[in-house]
Every structure is written in C-alpha cells, then in structure tokens.
Design a binder for this molecule. Structure first.
Ligand code: MN
Length: 134
C-alpha cells in the first residue's frame, strides 16, 4: 500500500525535526517546507493527504496560506491542521474560520499528536482518494 503523504509547513527547525521523525515512524511519507509560499508551490504535485500548517511563519502566515488552499479546487478538501504555540483564546476559532480542520498546540505531545493525525487520515480516506483518481 502506498504511504500516505503529509506536508509539513514549519519554520522552526527543532519542531520540524520532531514532527518529521514522528510522522515517518508512524509510516507516513513526509515533505517539509519552511515557507508557506513553498507549500503552495509544491502542494498540487505532492498531493498530500494531510497538511500540517504552522501559523507563525516568516513571510506569508499559515492562516493566509490556508485561505488560499481553500480557494484552490485541488486543495479545497485537503485536511489542514494548524500548529501553533499560541494557546490564546480565539486562536482556535481563527484557525477554523480560515479553513483549518483542527488545531494542535506546541510543544507537541507525542501520543496525542499521533492519535490526532491517525484519526484525521482515517476519516478522510474518501477525500484523499480524489487525488489518486486525477
Ligand atoms: Mn513558526
């Protein structure tokens, strides 16, 4: 069976390594980029089953990128989970309004993170099959 692909957008190298490692151990194919602009550029070709989107990024922020992905027919339904260090009230709502399916706060708690990812990828089997048909 083909590995499910996860696209990680994260500018912090330590977080990037932790999440990449975790996802690869869980059996996913991972690509990570530092800039939202790079994610937008490769997403149609990489065709991820899930996008993990850091909100605070150097240039374009993660919420702006999420809105753009939601306007794009190819990524309209791709699950996007926001990653953010902000545990401020209102943050979750902002992520959901921008089009994110979920919200994970950093630092990552390994077991909770793994479960959340698995849950979303299992739930979205029907969505991801759209990719394989194209
Ligand atoms: Mn960041």
């Amino acid at each position: 069976m083909e590995k499910k692909r996860v696209l990680l957008v994260e500018d912090n190298s330590a977080n990037r390594m932790v999440v990449e490692d975790l996802l690869r151990h869980a059996g996913y194919e991972v690509r990570s980029v530092v800039r939202a602009e790079d994610a937008l550029e490769i997403v149609a070709q990489f065709r991820p089953a899930l996008i993990l989107m850091d909100i605070q990024l150097p240039e374009m922020d993660g919420l702006t990128a999420t809105r753009i992905l939601r306007e794009n027919e190819a990524t309209r339904k791709t699950p996007i989970i926001a990653l953010t260090a902000h545990a401020m009230s209102g943050d979750r709502e902002r992520c959901l309004v921008a089009g994110c399916n979920g919200y994970i706060t950093k630092p990552i708690r390994v077991e909770a993170f793994r479960q959340e990812i698995a849950l979303i990828l299992d739930e979205t089997d029907s969505c991801t099959s759209e990719w394989t048909q194209t």
